[in-house]
Structures are given as structure tokens and as C-alpha cells.
Design a protein around this ligand. Structure first.
Ligand code: FES
Ligand code: FES
Length: 163
């Protein structure tokens, strides 16, 4: 058993009595009350649990909680201030890219990271950034539309005014 301290969505958090081998996903969902990251395959195959660890998208089900000690985690709950939607979240809704929604949190985190890194992504960049995120419902075309829309809207906004 150990104590793990990390920063989650900009706030210092800690979890006690974490057992060896417990995943970051479990800690976020079950100990920190952040159920946005979804738990589907628990094998790093579906991307529904995607979070950013020191900025980099990872499958939280594959990261041992102890590996996150002292690091910075951003979950889907941290993409926008509480009660608001980020540009990417709005675009997913407007483009009809959410059906059952199970894949959506992971896709949002991955898409957000892409747009931070590459504000005007080519379709190949979008496909690559989202290649670890499986969606059974949409056939991906609406997800592509959503990311293109978010990119277009973000680049139309004045600098410093971005959600
Ligand atoms: S639950 Fe982590 S990749 Fe599927
Ligand atoms: S919307 Fe259902 S899995 Fe993607």
C-alpha cells in the first residue's frame, strides 16, 4: 500500500492505500470522483480512458498509479472550466460526433492535445492522433468533421480567448 500524490486538472490530489499495480484509471474514477475517463477494455486497446500525463496522451488503464507520482494529469473533466464546454467539446456536439458517447471522453482528450500541438492539422494528423481511440458507432467521419470544425473555430478566435 502506498500514498500517491499528483496534480489532477491543476489541483494537488492524493490517494492513500493504493495497492501495487492499481491503475491510474482506477484512482481517478474510484478514488478521486472523476468518472469521465471510461473503463472499457483495460488493456490499452480502446483509448476510452485517455488522459494526459505531463501533457502526453496515455491510456490511464495501462499506467500504474505509482508511476503518476508527482506528475501532472489532465482528464476530460479538466478540458473546460466546470459547467462550460471547450471548443473541442462544442464541435463534437455540433458535428454529431457523439452517439453512445463511450469513446467520447478519450477522443476529446486526444483531440485537444492534437490542437494544442498542431492548431491546423491535416486529415492525416487527425487520423494519427486519434488512431488509438476506437469508436464503434460513428464510422469516424463525424469525428474527423468535429476536429476540423474545432480547429477552424479555434484559429478564427483571437489569441488568448481560447477555451
Ligand atoms: S480502457 Fe484503457 S485503453 Fe481501453
Ligand atoms: S459514439 Fe459509441 S463508441 Fe463512439
Amino acid at each position: 500500500m502506498m500514498r500517491v500524490r499528483l496534480t489532477v486538472n491543476g489541483r494537488p490530489r492524493e490517494a492513500d492505500d493504493v495497492w501495487e499495480g492499481e491503475s491510474l484509471l482506477y484512482v481517478l474514477r474510484e478514488r478521486m470522483g472523476l468518472p469521465g475517463s471510461k473503463n472499457a477494455c483495460e488493456q490499452g486497446e480502446c483509448g476510452s480512458c485517455t488522459v494526459r500525463l505531463d501533457g502526453v496522451p496515455v491510456c490511464a488503464c495501462l499506467v500504474a498509479a505509482g508511476q503518476a507520482e508527482g506528475r501532472e494529469v489532465v482528464t476530460v473533466e479538466g478540458l473546460a472550466p466546470e459547467g462550460e464546454l471547450s471548443a473541442v467539446q462544442k464541435a463534437f456536439i455540433d458535428a454529431g460526433a457523439v452517439q453512445c458517447g463511450f469513446c467520447t471522453p478519450g477522443l476529446l482528450v486526444a483531440a485537444d492535445e492534437l490542437l494544442d500541438r498542431e492548431p491546423k492539422p491535416a486529415d492525416a494528423d487527425i487520423r494519427e492522433a486519434l488512431s488509438g481511440n476506437l469508436c464503434r458507432c460513428t464510422g469516424y467521419e463525424k469525428i474527423m468533421d468535429a476536429v476540423r470544425l474545432a480547429a477552424a473555430r479555434r484559429s478564427a478566435e483571437p489569441e488568448g480567448d481560447r477555451a
